[in-house]
Design a protein around this ligand. Structure first.
Ligand SMILES: [Cu+2]
Length: 130
């Protein structure tokens, strides 16, 4: 390799280094998404209650919340799942795809609300509203 080629390579390496440093300063890449996560965890707008759907099961199968409380529903399966009240009107997450989350609101009236998954009606859970 002659001196001219080495010079070009050195120049390119320098340009790439500057671009990488610039991207970091602008918060491109991992830096920005970490900040968002921290905000989600620390924020008081995040619901405390949650139902996860994994291996065709609700976890927890029975969830107790306060009237009107926000509930995060997360689907961890490849298959689409929902959290849908059996009465068809109290709450419905809609069908969630894998790793999708949605926030639903518990009914304002205390009571026991059985729910199921629309595509898989054999998956059942219960929401207890206090
Ligand atoms: Cu399902």
């Amino acid at each position: 390799m002659d001196k001219k080629s080495l010079g070009i390579i050195a120049g390119l390496v320098g340009v790439i280094a500057v671009l990488l440093i610039g991207a970091q300063l602008l918060g491109i890449g991992g830096v920005g998404s970490k900040k968002e996560e921290a905000m989600m965890e620390g924020g008081d707008t995040m619901p405390k209650a949650g139902v996860e759907i994994k291996d065709f099961k609700y976890s927890p199968a029975t969830l107790t919340v306060k009237a009107g409380e926000k509930i995060t529903v997360t689907n961890k399966d490849v298959a689409g799942h929902s959290v849908t009240s059996d009465d068809g009107k109290s709450f419905d997450s809609g069908v969630l795809s894998q790793d999708q989350s949605i926030v639903i609101t518990a009914p304002a009236v205390a009571g026991t609300y059985p729910f199921h998954c629309t595509p898989h009606p054999s998956i059942k859970g219960t929401l207890v509203v206090e």
